[in-house]
Design a protein around this ligand. Structure first.
Ligand code: FAD
Length: 445
């Protein structure tokens, strides 16, 4: 690990400076370093560090970790599971992850305390300069973009948290990966499309005898003490280390979370699952913590003259299932690819490829997902759909494949056919029409 004073004592200009060593920043640093570019990865916390999360890795995340040579480390520190167990309206379904030519048919749970440092260290092993306990305070020499995109910058002003010492870290390219609150992203000029979905979630840890079950649980109907369904969903993810991660999430496209907050929702959910999992004051490991999930590529612009945003700072969480780790790894890798091309060609205009590649990778999928979320965030529709779906196992299995973005390119099964139909539907129904149909013309936050 390198200190800020070591960096600022030399007139170094890195090929790329990356702010934030979560999944997106560390993956980006890994792929740039692997290609031989000089990278500085700045992280305000010291690893290992806590990060509020459900700690669930789907097959998409496992694939990216394996590509970075990290699956053995994840297996050693995490808990392997087979698939999703869904509960709702009196029914229970156990659904294995599907077979796929690229993605494995299993996932892991692993705390972010254990996971995130592994990826950052892996980037460091390949030559990235990792500075921990150093916060990026702002942009150095911000410049307007000629095309209305993000500001350009020649680096970031950074402060060592332990000493308060400051210095500039300079780079030919600057990538912002500072997460959902993205202060640097806002300085670059990002803003959220407030009519698109946003998630909010809260989680806590409990000790439980059932800590090593082979399923992650998802509860699709959370009930208040009167037995009425409240909007939102709950999860219990066994961690295999004596604990389970228990959390709730709310999706909003316009007012749906106005009547209920995540703290209340968590209370109801814990009460509903307490007996089955042994959740009580004694097994509770501490207060629950929460955060927002910016989804569906709702934050933009994402490209400037020599700057990019990735992961949560670009709003890349999957609206279908709240998964953000895989999309952090993937967008970090996409960004590393275009920055590498720009460096090779000595032509920053190659950064325009980033938006094109995001669109190719997620454009249609996130359009469908945003429409889906808009529809199911209406509690009456959610209740009707889940009530029926939970009784038709093949339908739910195909839906799981679509929601986890595990459709295949090499053959056309029911999930692929269903997904293509949804893409066509999302193409013909403009996003605005959902507001009118569901009467939610205003944004919730
Ligand atoms: C309650 C909850 C549960 C979730 N559960 C899951 C789940 O089970 N599975 C899943 O796939 N996703 C889950 N997500 C989403 C997932 O956590 C995020 O999508 C993911 O962490 C995004 O990665 P990132 O690298 O973009 O940002 P982050 O993981 O937020 O990383 C950003 C990093 O930047 C650092 N940083 C911030 N500002 C600065 C600065 N100025 N200078 C230096 N460093 C800075 C931060 O310390 C942090 O390490 C959940 C989210 C929440 C809130």
């Amino acid at each position: 690990m390198t200190s800020l004073s070591e960096i600022v004592s030399k007139p170094t200009v890195f090929d790329c400076v990356i702010v934030g060593a979560g999944p997106s920043g560390s993956a980006c640093a890994y792929w740039l370093a692997e290609a031989g570019w000089s990278v500085c990865l700045i992280e305000k916390k010291k690893f290992p560090r806590e990060k509020t999360c459900g700690d669930g890795l789907t097959p998409r995340s496992v694939h990216q970790l394996a590509q970075m040579g990290l699956e053995p480390a994840v297996a050693a520190n995490g808990h392997r599971y087979n698939g999703l167990r869904a509960f709702g309206f009196g029914a229970t379904l156990e659904m294995n992850w599907p077979d796929h030519p690229v993605f494995p048919n299993y996932g892991y749970t692993i705390t972010r305390f254990n996971l995130d440092g592994l990826v950052a260290q892996r980037a460091e092993e390949l030559g990235a300069v990792l500075v921990n306990g150093v916060e990026a305070l702002g942009l150095v020499e911000p410049t307007q973009s000629p095309n209305g995109g993000l500001l350009g910058a020649s680096g970031v002003l950074a402060a060592e948290k332990s000493t308060g010492a400051t210095g500039e870290i300079r780079g030919r390219y600057v990538i912002v990966a500072d997460g959902q609150n993205s202060r640097l992203g806002r300085e670059l000029g990002t803003s959220r499309n407030r009519s698109w979905p946003m998630g909010m979630a809260l989680r806590g840890y409990y000790t439980s005898e059932r800590h090593d079950e082979p399923w992650i649980d998802s509860h699709l109907d959370i009930r208040d003490p009167k037995g009425d369904v409240v909007p939102g969903y709950g999860w219990i993810f066994p961690l295999g280390d004596g604990r389970v991660n228990v959390g709730v999430g709310l999706l909003s496209t316009g007012g749906a979370w106005k009547g209920v907050n995540t703290t209340k929702l968590q209370e109801y959910f814990v009460a509903q699952t307490a007996d089955a999992w042994g959740l009580n004051d004694e097994s509770c490991c501490g207060p629950a913590t929460g955060g927002r999930l910016p989804m569906g590529l709702s934050l933009g612009p994402r490209t400037g003259a020599n700057t990019l945003t990735i992961g949560d700072a670009a709003g890349t969480v999957n609206p279908f299932n709240g998964e953000g780790i895989a999309y952090g790894y993937e967008t970090g890798r996409l960004a590393a690819g275009v920055v590498g091309e720009a460096l090779l060609a000595n032509d920053a205009s190659a950064l325009a490829l980033y938006d094109e590649r995001l669109d190719q990778a997620y454009g249609d999928y996130y359009k469908v997902a945003r429409a889906f979320v808009r529809i199911i965030s209406e509690p009456r529709i959610l209740t009707a759909c889940v009530g029926v779906g939970m009784r038709v196992e093949p339908l739910m299995t195909e839906l799981l494949t679509i929601m986890a973005n595990l459709m295949r390119n090499d053959k056309l099964g029911p999930a692929e056919v269903g997904y293509r139909a949804l893409v066509r539907l999302a193409d013909v129904i403009p996003e605005r029409a959902y507001h009118l149909l569901l009467g939610d013309a205003t944004s919730a936050d």
